[in-house]
Design a protein around this ligand. Structure first.
Ligand SMILES: [Zn+2]
Ligand SMILES: [Zn+2]
Length: 222
């Protein structure tokens, strides 16, 4: 009988190379929580991949709020609309919403209050690793004096940030996705808006935490 023969290291290597990761359509997708391959998938939204239950648990808080509603945000109301993530003041979690970025007043109507001016920050600027993982950039828009104006406290951000970092975010926030188009016919830099999905929330929250702990709102850097 040879059935108990221990395979040699060479055999093991061959087996590993010859056996692909089973049953995933995107085999190169990385874990949402670390650089390892994401071989497990969230069973509800089917959008986020993880290397392990541990990484899934680690990211649960920034995955769960949007995971539940991703399925309801698949049918674009019209071609100008893109899926954004809205952080309302008076709700306990962020949510998806359709935004028309061709409408120059859409964000203003949603965010501005009493002539407060708005500000936008690129979250992914300078963070290539995340940009590679998401495949796009994220822009966050909010009231310019979101720390000190008299807007109400943003509860959907408070959920993640808490008050221990010493800063309270006020007024609504909106996150949108975009890409730079480089090979444009007119040789001009232009951008296209893209849909955000469940994967965007964790980096947004990480950015907000950094902002809450830093001295001033600033560009994200490594
Ligand atoms: Zn992982
Ligand atoms: Zn999910």
């Amino acid at each position: 009988m040879t059935s108990t023969t221990k395979p040699t290291d060479v055999h093991l290597d061959k087996i590993k190379i010859a056996t692909p990761t089973p049953a995933t359509t995107t085999p190169t997708e990385r874990c949402a929580g670390c650089p390892k391959p994401g071989t497990l998938r969230c069973s509800r939204c089917k959008n986020d991949a993880y290397c392990s239950k541990e990484c899934q648990k680690k990211l649960f808080k920034t995955h769960a709020p949007l995971c539940k509603t991703l399925a309801a945000f698949q049918d674009r109301p019209n071609p100008d609309m893109h899926r954004a993530i809205y952080f309302p003041e008076y709700e306990s979690t962020p949510r998806f919403m359709w935004m028309d970025y061709n409408d120059p007043y859409a964000a203003e109507e949603l965010l501005a209050h009493n002539n407060s001016s708005l500000k936008s920050t690129m979250i992914m600027d300078g963070d290539r690793k995340l940009q590679r993982r998401l495949g796009h950039n994220i822009q966050l828009s909010y009231r310019e004096n979101f720390l000190s104006d008299r807007s109400d406290i943003n509860m959907s951000i408070e959920t993640f940030i808490g008050s221990e970092l010493g800063r309270t975010f006020r007024g609504p926030f909106l996150a949108g996705g975009w890409n730079e188009i480089e090979d444009d016919d007119q040789h001009e830099d232009s951008t296209e808006t893209v849909d955000l999905d469940t994967k965007a929330l964790a980096p947004i929250v990480a950015f907000l935490k950094k902002l809450a702990g830093s001295k001033l709102p600033c560009r994200s850097s490594a």
